[in-house]
Design a protein around this ligand. Structure first.
Ligand code: MN
Length: 263
C-alpha cells in the first residue's frame, strides 16, 4: 500500500492540505466502492475513482462522465489515491497540488463485468457496472493512444447502452450541483457553509467538514489531532504556557475572509 500511494504522497504537503494522507481507518466492505469528486482546480474536472486492492484507481475526467452513450469522455489516468480520500470534501489550498474546491458528486458500488478488474485494466478495456446515487448501469474505460504528448496515460469513459443510458442528456445530470455526502453546492463548500459530509469509507462516525483554512493558517489533520489532545490533557505539573504548536503560514495565499475552523 505504501508503494501504491508514494506518488500520491509525494505530490502533497500534508502540513498544508487537509487531504487525507491515507492513514485513516476505513471500513472494509464486501463490495468495491467508487466515488466521483467534482474538482474546481485550475480547470474544472471530475475525479473518477474505483476501489481496487486497497486503493482508488483514479482518472481525471475533464468534462465529467456522460450518461449519453454516444459521448466519449477523455479520462486521464492519475496516481492511485488512498481509500479515505473517498470521503474528502472541502477546499485544497491554492498553491497546493490540485488547489481548489472538491465536492463529493457521486458514490456507491462498482463491479467489473466479464473479467477481473486487474485483467480489464491490463487489457485497457475495463467494463464495469456502477450502482451510485447518480451514475448507474454499464460503462467502459478504454485505454487509447496518447494524442496529447507527454507521459499521460489516456482513456475514454463511455456509457454503455442500457436502461440507464440517456441519449441527448446534454450533461443535464452533471449540472446537478449538490454533494451526495453533505447536500452542499460547490459554492457552499467554498464558503464553508452547510453540514459535514456523511462518511462512506471512514470508520469514524464523522469526517472533517472542510479542508478550509483558518485565516491563512492551515493545519493538517494530524496536527489538529495533536492540538486537540494537548488541549484536553491537563499539564502534569505547573509550568509556563507551552508554546503554541508550530503552524505553517501560507505566504502565497491571497487575502481571504476569515473563517472559523470547524472542529
Ligand atoms: Mn482532481
Amino acid at each position: 500500500m505504501a508503494n501504491k500511494l508514494s506518488a500520491y504522497r509525494a505530490k502533497r504537503d500534508f502540513s498544508n492540505t487537509n487531504e487525507p494522507s491515507g492513514e485513516g481507518a476505513t471500513r472494509s466492505g464486501a463490495r468495491l466502492r467508487f466515488v466521483v469528486q467534482k474538482h474546481a482546480a485550475t480547470r474544472l474536472h471530475y475525479d473518477f475513482r474505483l476501489e481496487l486492492d486497497g486503493v482508488f484507481k483514479s482518472w481525471a475526467v475533464a468534462k465529467g462522465p456522460s450518461v449519453d452513450p454516444t459521448i466519449k469522455r477523455l479520462a486521464v489516468e492519475v496516481e492511485d489515491h488512498p481509500l479515505d480520500y473517498g470521503d474528502f470534501e472541502g477546499t485544497i489550498p491554492k498553491g497546493q497540488y490540485g488547489g481548489g474546491t472538491v465536492e463529493l458528486w457521486d458514490r456507491g458500488y462498482w463491479s467489473p463485468e466479464g473479467m477481473t478488474a486487474e485483467d480489464g485494466l491490463a487489457k485497457g478495456d475495463l467494463k464495469f457496472t456502477l450502482q451510485g446515487e447518480r451514475l448507474h448501469g454499464s460503462w467502459v474505460l478504454v485505454r487509447i493512444r496518447n494524442r496529447y504528448g507527454g507521459k499521460q496515460v489516456t482513456w475514454l469513459l463511455i456509457k454503455h447502452r442500457d436502461e440507464f443510458a440517456r441519449e441527448g442528456d446534454d450533461d443535464a445530470l452533471l449540472a446537478e450541483d449538490r454533494s451526495v455526502a453533505s447536500g452542499r453546492t460547490m459554492a457552499d463548500i467554498e464558503a464553508g457553509k452547510g453540514g459535514a459530509p456523511k462518511p462512506f469509507i471512514a470508520k469514524a462516525a464523522s469526517v472533517a467538514k472542510d479542508a478550509v483554512w483558518d485565516s491563512n493558517v492551515v493545519l493538517a489533520p494530524a496536527q489538529r489531532a495533536k492540538r486537540k489532545a494537548a488541549a484536553a490533557k491537563p499539564p502534569a505539573q505547573p509550568k509556563p504556557k507551552a508554546p503554541a504548536p508550530k503552524t505553517r503560514i501560507v505566504k502565497a495565499a491571497p487575502p481571504r475572509p476569515r473563517r472559523k475552523r470547524p472542529e
